[in-house]
Design a protein around this ligand. Sequence first.
Ligand SMILES: C[S@@+](CC[C@H](N)C(=O)[O-])C[C@H]1O[C@@H](n2cnc3c(N)ncnc32)[C@H](O)[C@@H]1O
Length: 195
Amino acid sequence: MTSRDRLKWNGRYAAEGQHWQKSLPRKLLMTYLEELPAAGLALDAAAGVGVNGLVLARRGLRVVALDISEVGLRLARRQAQAEGVALDTAVYDLSRPWFPTDCFNVILNFRFLERATFPMYRRALKPGGWLIFETFIRTPETDTDIEFYLRPGELHAAFADWEVVHSEEVTAVHGRSPQQRPVAQLVARKPEGGD
Ligand SMILES: C[S@@+](CC[C@H](N)C(=O)[O-])C[C@H]1O[C@@H](n2cnc3c(N)ncnc32)[C@H](O)[C@@H]1O
C-alpha cells in the first residue's frame, strides 16, 4: 500500500461515499447467502463502505471490516451503528497481512487483489469456513497496475485443493461504467485439516 492509494480511496469515498453505500451487494454473495452460517466471525477484506460485510452482519455474523481507507470505514461503521448490527472496522494494510489460524467462518474478498492474502486466507478460515472471492482478470487492454489483476485460472488454482463450490470466469460491470469487464469468481470451503 502506498499513501497515494490511501489518499485516492479516501478522496473517492469522501466525494462519492453515498453512491458506494447505495450500490447493491455483490450478486455472488447474495447467491450463496442462505448457505452461509448465521453466526460466527466474518472478515470483509478491502471492505470499502462495507456494503457486503453489512449483509453478513444483518444475517447475524460479527463482521471485521478491514481497509486502508478510514473514510470508507467510517461510513461502514455509521451504517452498522444505525442498524444495530455487529460490524467492527480497522484501518489495515492487506499488502502485509497477518491473521490468526482457524479464526473466521466466512471471508469476503471483492474487487481487490493482494496475493499476499492467499496464504493468510488459507490459514485464517476455520475448517468448513467459506471463502467468497471475486475480482478482475487482466485483459490485453489492462495497462496500469497489472499486479492488481488476476491471470486467467489463477484464483481457482490457488484454492483448487479446497472444496470448490463455484468457480467461474465471467463478465461483470465495473463501477459506474456500463462497460463489462472479466472477473474471476470463487466460492470455496476449507477442508478439515486443510490450510
Ligand atoms: C474496488 S474497492 C472494493 C470495495 C468493496 N470490496 C466492494 O466490492 O465494493 C477496493 C478497496 O480496496 C481498498 N484497498 C486498496 N489497497 C488496500 C490495501 N493495501 N489494504 C487494504 N485495503 C486496500 C480500497 O481502499 C478500496 O476500498
